[in-house]
Design a protein around this ligand. Structure first.
Ligand SMILES: [Zn+2]
Length: 340
């Protein structure tokens, strides 16, 4: 099966009340881990690459690895998504490289750091929607700003500062009407990276109520939760047990994500948890086998550890069991649907 537009998966998820995890990749092992978990659970897949990932792995390598994933797993619908495109040009280059979905993050200016004006955000998002939809490619937009920085992207807001940049439900209604984006990333107090909350988040810092209000205003818009790793203590403990030094930290509890899924959340971005799983597995091998020097000796357990996390999320988000039940439409079908 060729790579499919993300809109198909999100529409199916909305119809059947589940969410789809979007997992970041930089290399072959991470793509393989996601596909292992998807095959085992019969889950549709969203693989995403940030700008940092595209420059780290090189677009050509990434494109061919994704084509390999699709060839080897014809029963699984797979989306290739640009995470946090910082400009229309970044989104257009992703589309040229075969990405079937792009995020135009106009909540920040092109530097990926400075919070942008509403007008700027509408303008750049409209530009991307126009060109992407003509080709059947899905567009995710963002309104409001998350905390933290990941891969050099983000306003660097602290958790408290991020609370001043939550998505406004009224503005969200206007924004989606003005841009015709397929999915909207919302800011509800989450941050990118491992250090989201200093204690288990309560409703004071993680504003799930904002999602409920946005969903009431926009019942047909697919919502996206960024920075939604759960940062499980077990994964931090493994890293620290084998020589790591990670301070105590908390992520977004899976049960809060499940609450979001009941209120329109259809895409959940998870990166940190996979990074933690990989790092813990590699540290364990190095600690127990200081003589090891064959990369397969540590990359294989790392890949398996990531696959376990991805599998657990696929089951928790409800996407497990659906891969072979989704009716597939090509990019050309989608282009006709947008303009029909
Ligand atoms: Zn993000």
């Amino acid at each position: 099966m060729p790579l499919v537009p993300m809109r198909i998966l999100l529409d199916h998820a909305a119809e059947h009340d589940y969410g789809v995890g979007a997992f970041n990749v930089n290399n072959m092992e991470q793509i393989q881990a996601i596909m292992m978990a998807a095959v085992e659970t019969n889950s549709p897949v969203i693989v995403q690459a940030s700008r940092g990932a595209r420059s780290y792995s090189n677009d050509n390598y990434l494109r061919h690895l994704m084509i390999a994933a699709a060839e080897l797993n014809p029963q699984i619908p797979i989306v290739m998504h640009q995470d946090h495109g910082n400009s229309p040009a970044t989104c257009f280059s992703a589309i040229e490289q075969g990405f079937t979905s792009v995020m135009m993050d106009g909540s920040l200016e092109e530097d990926g750091k400075t919070p942008a004006s509403y007008e700027y955000n509408v303008d750049v998002t409209q530009q991307v929607v126009k060109k992407a939809h003509a080709l059947g490619v899905t567009v995710e937009a963002e309104l409001g700003c998350l905390g933290g920085i990941e891969d050099g992207h983000g306003a660097g807001l602290s958790g408290e500062e991020a609370l001043a940049h939550l998505t406004d439900p009224d503005e969200a209604g206007e924004f989606v009407a003005a841009t015709d984006c397929d999915a909207l990333a919302v800011a509800i107090g989450t941050s990118h990276g491992a250090y989201k909350f200093k204690k288990k988040p309560t409703g004071d810092v993680l504003k799930m109520g904002v999602i409920e209000k946005i969903h009431e205003k926009l019942p047909n818009c697919h919502l996206v939760m960024h920075g939604s790793s759960s940062v499980p203590k077990e994964l931090i403990d493994i890293i620290n047990e084998y020589g790591g030094e990670m301070p105590e930290t908390y992520g977004v509890p899976v049960e809060q994500i499940q609450r979001g899924i009941k209120h329109g959340v259809r895409k959940i971005n998870v990166d940190t948890d996979n990074r933690l799983a990989i790092t813990g597995a590699i540290r364990k091998v190095f600690s127990e086998h200081p003589d090891a020097f064959d990369p397969r000796k540590y990359l294989k357990p790392a890949r398996e550890a990531m696959a376990e996390v991805v599998k657990a999320r696929m089951i928790a988000f409800g996407q497990a069991g659906w891969a072979d039940k989704i009716e597939i439409h090509t990019l050309e079908d989608m282009a006709r649907r947008y303009h029909g």
